[in-house]
Write a protein that binds this ligand. Structure first.
Ligand SMILES: [Zn+2]
Length: 397
């Protein structure tokens, strides 16, 4: 019965799939490209107790060009400090000394500005051009993005919720256990790393970094961890939630319902990895998501010998988003909403009905509401409209 109603919903909502991967919070709250123009520059050197705009924020920068493992993993990562990120942080700090121009960041961190930016632009472009192959170029691009965001967010953002310290929502998030037989991989574009309106971060805030693991696109150390887990799990235990109409997708019902080829073992997982169902959530803008999915396919080819990466599409009926209805752009959606959709649809399947997916979906939804409220009150406090139409282009770096 449940299965057939799912299919009905699915047909009614076939068009839906555009919603899922726009990745961040609704556009009305989007901090968008305008953010850095709205906000005054934030300097590493200036502090102010003022909480109203214009304002400058003290960034507790230790002054060294070193990212410790504790600092790196404090942001939700599980990998060792990436070698290339370390190198770039070191180079940025060296450049700062050599040219006698202070490094400073605009807006929500990560975007260099001023004289330092001019000098650094020349330097990083030359480095980029000198790199031989596209793989190295991608890794450099990703690492530089991450390095800038790390330095620009030090002491300014809460490491756990990625909101400005004064907006920290951590006390309002109730941790929850994800069913032990599944694992999310939040495959995040570097430009979404440490973004306040990112929603993928909610997943490890709730479920922990082992149940919802961040993997940064183009960061070799992160991708290696993810692919090692996929190798252990095997190809029939890995799916990507990717709604591109050009990708061949299965519905949750087709992949996991009665008679599906997947061997679902609902007994407790005795060893990590082997029976775990792995779900990749692509956490990047719509325009970046195609490149991210292509990278998954390329890596699938080298690991599994074929380019096909199994994909799941969601039907996303009314249930997941109903509480959020006053926000019409919620169905443009985000990574957390994709997780809610998946958990909700799995809950409808007999095989999964005892795993508490409904509670887990509710937990994500509650966290999403908390994030929405935090971002809304921030905008109000900063004197910005919450209803303003903003541009969708989020490329601020
Ligand atoms: Zn926090």
């Amino acid at each position: 019965m449940l299965a057939s109603s799912t299919i009905t919903i699915s047909r009614a909502f076939t068009l839906t799939l555009t919603f899922k991967f726009s990745l961040s919070i609704p556009s009305l709250l989007h901090s968008s490209t305008k953010t850095h123009m709205d906000s005054p520059p934030r300097s590493l050197l200036v502090s102010s107790a003022s909480r109203s705009p214009p304002r400058e924020v003290l960034v507790q920068d230790t002054g060294d060009g070193f990212i410790t493992l504790q600092e790196w993993q404090g942001w939700g990562t599980v990998s060792p400090v990436p070698v290339m990120v370390s190198q770039i942080v070191h180079d940025l700090k060296s450049l700062e000394k050599n040219i006698d121009a202070q490094m400073s960041f605009a807006g929500n961190g990560g975007k260099l500005q001023g004289d330092f930016k001019v000098q650094e632009d020349k330097k990083h472009r030359a480095t980029y051009e000198a790199l031989g192959d596209s793989e190295k170029k991608l890794q450099f691009f990703a690492s530089r993005q991450i390095a800038c965001r790390l330095l620009g967010s030090r002491g300014y953002l809460c490491q756990k919720c990625w909101l400005a310290m004064e907006d920290c929502m951590c006390s309002k998030v109730k941790p929850c256990s994800l069913w032990h037989g599944m694992r999310f991989w939040v495959y995040m574009h570097p430009k979404d790393f440490l973004r306040q309106n990112n929603t993928g971060k909610l997943l490890w805030q709730l479920f922990g970094v082992q149940a919802a693991t961040l993997c940064l696109f183009g960061i070799a150390e992160d991708e290696e961890i993810m692919w090692n887990a996929f190798k252990c799990a095997g190809k029939n235990k890995v799916w990507c939630l990717y709604p591109n109409k050009n990708a061949v997708t299965e519905s949750v019902q087709e992949a996991f319902g009665h008679g599906s080829p997947v061997d679902i073992d609902s007994t407790p997982v005795m060893t990590a990895g082997d029976k775990t169902l792995n779900f990749v959530l692509i956490d990047g803008t719509w325009s970046n998501s195609a490149a991210m999915f292509n990278r998954l396919k390329e890596q699938a080819k080298s690991v599994w010998g074929e380019e096909k990466f199994p994909c799941i599409s969601l039907t996303m009926g009314a249930s997941a988003m109903h509480k959020l209805r006053p926000q019409p752009s919620w169905d443009r959606t985000c990574t957390a909403a994709a997780a809610i959709g998946l958990l909700s649809e799995l809950q409808l399947l007999h095989e999964f009905s005892s795993h508490g997916f409904d509670e887990q979906a509710d937990a994500v939804e509650d966290a999403l509401v908390v994030l929405l409220e935090a971002l809304t009150s921030r905008r109000l406090r900063m004197g910005r409209s919450v209803t303003r139409k903003v541009r969708h282009n989020r490329d601020i770096c």
